[in-house]
Design a protein around this ligand. Structure first.
Ligand code: ADP
Ligand code: MG
Length: 512
């Protein structure tokens, strides 16, 4: 058995392995790269993943999928070659590729691999279920999902009680997560609060650079529309944008050379110009950091003593400058695009039974929190003036995990009612709201076969959330006898669909 940690990123993925002594090591790809682009290309009955797929973005953009992580937990099917693929299936192809590559490099079979896969702390129930489904579709044994900031804390050794409280700032390609992780004297370290934006990342910075480039191109070419309608040229501008962005992380100005027809021209962008057009993006990060800092403080977390930088986009100087203005604490930046995989591997090594418990300093697992409030949809008969159903939040955001059988009760409305429908919702926005429109349904079930009883008979709903965020629900009657129910998790695939997607993926020989 080999334990690996997989950072399944929006733009890039990374794999580390843990050996028997608990030591972790980067698993390079068979073509000797550190990261694999989380990109999938479909061509006929073949699928390619990684750099090959990324290269097809210019040539065959319609058959390339990027940023699938943003669709996890949503029913966004995409059709290629007459087959509709779910986000789970596409993500499963990336996982399959990572697993096959790791197996090859480590000299083991895929069935001998046990993985911890990381997910953003802000992922809700549906997104996590979808990630589990992706692993199953890939035929990969997933031991546990791990929140990315917790992985970072493991990697930076911030789980050491002596290390105090850390702000984990993770700005990757497509998602932004921020969390306060702190050690306590009385118990294991914990994640006090999480916040973030599910659609904010390096891709947005790229987009700003693209706009900046077009403005400059417009000033030097005669007919900019000709350029804009040229797919190949548009793709070149996109690729140059990311390169220039990276260059501006270490230089005051950066230039690109472009060719269109007979015209050749150079474009120069200064760091100041780029920072000016990205200011609002930085302010979005600022707002999340403020919110998480306040949420953690109100729960009694010790003040932030250091900032752990995660994600390739934390190399942007404008991000470090903003955090330096906000905090007077050291900012640690190591291998920002690899720390998440490093932490995941440490946990994987430990879960897989590696003898080296010291792999995680501090000894204890980091306690996690629920990222979003979970509540019941209530149709109130006791309060007839409340005509509209509303969401009563039972478990509040930032509640420590695991939650074991948190009990709440609902009552029947009619005499001899034999069925009741129970729906759980999860807070969708940054703040909790009773309005169902501000929440997302995550669990829907019908309890049937209730014994004849007068209206107002109680039914107990027991909600559990595991450390990795997986939800389970049980119902009992007033005498604690389990009730039978038919339930499904919203936005997740049922067993039949997983098998179906697995076959569809297996049928497409991944080109190696
Ligand atoms: P994710 O986990 O979302 O896949 P990563 O942590 O791998 O993302 O970060 C990828 C992002 O980091 C990309 O948007 C990339 O352009 C950006 N990035 C990488 N290096 C730099 C750099 N030197 N300066 C600015 N951005 C960078
Ligand atoms: Mg990442």
């Amino acid at each position: 058995m080999v334990a690996i940690g997989i950072d399944l990123g929006t733009t890039y993925s990374c794999v580390y392995a843990a050996d028997r002594t608990g030591r972790i090591e980067l698993v390079r790809t068979p073509d000797d790269r550190e990261l694999t682009p989380s990109v999938v290309h479909f061509s006929g009955s073949k699928v390619s993943v990684g750099f090959d797929a990324k290269e097809m973005m210019g040539e065959d953009p319609d058959n390339v999928v990027v940023g699938i992580k943003r669709s996890m937990g949503k029913d966004h099917r995409q059709e290629f070659g007459g087959v509709a693929y779910t986000p789970e299936a596409i993500s499963g192809m990336i996982l399959r590729r990572l697993a096959e590559d790791a197996a090859l490099v480590l000299g083991v079979g895929i069935s001998e691999i046990q993985a911890v896969i990381t997910v953003p702390a802000y992922f809700g129930v549906a997104e996590k279920e979808a990630t589990f489904a992706a692993a199953r579709i890939a035929g990969l044994n997933c031991l546990e999902l791990l929140a990315e900031p917790a992985a970072a804390a493991y990697a930076y050794d911030a789980a050491d009680p002596a290390a105090g409280s850390s702000l984990v700032f993770d700005l990757g390609g497509g998602t932004f997560d921020v969390a306060v992780v702190a050690a306590t004297l009385s118990g294991p370290p914990r994640i006090w609060a999480v916040d973030g934006e599910s659609a904010l990342g390096g891709l947005d910075w790229d987009q700003r650079m693209v706009e900046l480039l077009w403005n400059k191109i417009e000033a030097v070419v005669e007919d900019v529309d000709d350029c804009r309608y040229d797919d190949e040229f548009v793709a070149v501008v996109g690729a140059e944008a990311e390169r220039l962005k990276r260059e501006l992380s270490v230089r005051e100005s950066a230039s690109g050379r472009f060719r269109f027809g007979k015209a050749r021209f150079g474009i120069t962008v200064t760091k100041g110009e780029f920072e000016a057009v990205c200011r609002d993006l930085v302010l979005q990060c600022h707002a999340s950091v403020e919110r998480v800092r306040r949420a953690a403080a109100s729960l009694g977390a010790p003040p932030v003593a250091r900032i752990l930088m995660v994600g390739g986009s934390t190399r942007l100087p404008m991000i470090r400058d903003e955090l330096n203005r906000m905090f007077d604490v050291p900012i640690l930046i190591g291998d920002p695009d690899k720390v998440v995989a490093q932490g995941a591997a440490r946990l994987a090594g430990r879960l897989a039974g590696s003898s080296a418990v010291h792999a995680l300093s501090g000894g204890d697992r980091i306690n996690l929190v629920l990222p979003r409030s979970i509540g019941l949809l209530i149709h109130s008969s006791a309060h007839p003036w409340r005509e509209q159903p509303y969401v009563r939040h039972i478990l509040k955001a930032n509640t420590p995990l695991p939650v074991t059988k948190a009990a709440t009760a609902v009552s029947t409305i009619f005499d001899n009612q034999d069925k009741v429908r129970i729906r759980l919702y999860e807070q969708a926005g940054a703040v909790e709201s009773e309005d169902p429109a501000d929440n997302r349904i995550i669990f829907d079930c019908e309890v049937s076969g209730l014994e004849k009883a007068p209206a107002g008979t109680e039914i107990k709903v027991l909600i559990s959330v595991a450390v990795d965020g997986r939800l389970s629900v049980e119902m009992t009657d007033g005498r604690n006898r389990p009730l039978s129910m038919e339930a499904f998790m919203e936005g997740t695939l049922d067993e039949g669909e997983i098998v179906e997607q697995r076959q569809a993926v297996a049928g497409l020989m991944l080109s190696t």
